[in-house]
Design a protein around this ligand. Structure first.
Ligand code: UD1
Length: 344
């Protein structure tokens, strides 16, 4: 056993994939999740892939007493990966207090308890949303953080600052902040994947659900951007690749490979792909024709953003490997599996 890791939000999309990679790498995994936007089925999926069931407890990170009890029961945790958060950009504009409460309090609780229970390391899930609309692409970690477009984005920025200030105050804590670009796809086994509640807000689940006939038509938000085909450009990163970066980040902290107490890494492929290119690739890979139409721009969307992953590649020692074709095929395989199981 390499170490004992607490994964908050471990029944969610990125959390479940990370739990698999942690177990594959020899870590012991404890998952907590309030299941507000996830399902315990993912724990079964993790077990089917790895042959080992992680410890799972239904627990909200805002529940301080529950967290204390957890840390009393599971002594000797070496690190935390903190995924648990509300993540719908649009909803955060409607319900800002919910987002500030959920996303800030949960991190504060963890940081407060970590020294008390001798937990020295935390990996935090951040987002490229902190860069706003970049002045240039690809964008690296030295680019300025821009005023957030939504309460959701603001919680990521504030949480990064909370971590920095806490570490600066002398707390015995080290942190790696990972800024994800657009995570997509599913585990190649199709045992785990993305399962949004209700109508998907993100592009890929909307695409796969439209291809499946669950949604009638995909709306492409805008084709009049200053990009080669007029649609927005993103850096779509395979979720298994992304999950592996968390293992590397934890190894780095546990092996004391850096003197910096807080490090930030972009996690992206370095390639910008437009929404229309993505749709074409999906059609090519799956052979399914997608019913879509171009509509007006979505408020708050960024025109184009893709990562400069040099630091992740050369300092962290992690590189995105999966092709976009395979990644989209995995997303479709997952959707087919959901249909087979009668879930969607
Ligand atoms: C957003 C957030 C990001 C967050 C992520 C997860 C911003 C700027 N970005 O990413 O921080 O981590 O959500 O929830 O806040 N699109 C369509 N039709 C659709 C859905 C999407 O055309 O039905 C387009 C969007 O306009 C966008 C692209 O697809 O250009 C990707 O959208 P989406 O998957 O929602 O991710 P982001 O907005 O990039």
């Amino acid at each position: 056993m390499k170490g004992k890791i607490l994964v908050t939000g471990g029944a969610g999309f990125i959390g479940s994939h990370t739990a698999v990679e942690l177990q594959n790498a020899g870590y012991e995994v404890i998952i907590i999740d309030d299941l507000s936007n996830s399902s315990e089925d993912m724990i079964d999926g993790i077990e089917r892939i790895t042959g080992k069931r992680p410890v799972f407890e239904k627990l909200d990170c805002n529940d301080m007493e529950g967290l204390k009890k957890l840390f009393e029961t599971h002594k000797g945790i070496n690190g935390i990966i903190h995924f648990a958060a509300s993540k719908a950009v649009g909803e955060s504009v409607q319900k800002p207090l919910l987002y500030y409460k959920n996303n800030l309090l949960s991190l504060i609780n963890l940081l407060e308890l970590m020294p008390q229970y001798n937990i020295p390391n935390i990996v935090f899930s951040s987002s490229c949303t902190v860069y706003g609309e970049p002045d240039k692409n690809p964008i690296d970690e030295t680019a300025p953080v821009k005023p957030a477009e939504s309460p959701y984005g603001n919680t990521k920025q504030i949480n990064e600052e909370i971590i920095r200030d806490t570490v600066k105050s002398g707390a015995p804590i080290k942190s790696i902040i990972l800024r994800y670009f657009n995570p997509i796809g599913a585990h190649p086994s199709a045992e785990i994947g993305e399962l949004p509640n209700g109508v998907p807000q993100n592009l890929i689940p909307y695409i796969t659900q439209t291809a499946m006939g669950i949604r009638e038509q995909l709306s492409v938000f805008g084709d009049d951007y200053n990009t080669p085909d007029g649609s927005c450009v993103r850096d779509f990163i395979n979720v298994v690749d992304l999950a592996k970066a968390h293992v590397v980040a934890l190894d780095r902290m546990l092996e004391n490979k850096s003197d910096d107490k807080v490090e930030i890494f972009n996690l992206g492929t370095g390639n910008g792909v437009s929404v229309l290119q993505l749709i074409n690739t999906f059609e090519k890979v799956t052979g399914v024709k997608l019913n879509y139409k171009i509509v007006g721009r979505r408020a708050g969307d960024i025109e184009k953003i893709w990562a400069e992953p040099y630091k992740a590649n050369h300092v962290l020692g992690w590189t995105a490997k999966e092709s976009l074709d395979d990644t989209l095929a995995s997303a479709w395989k997952w959707q087919l599996k959901l249909r087979e199981k009668g879930i969607m």
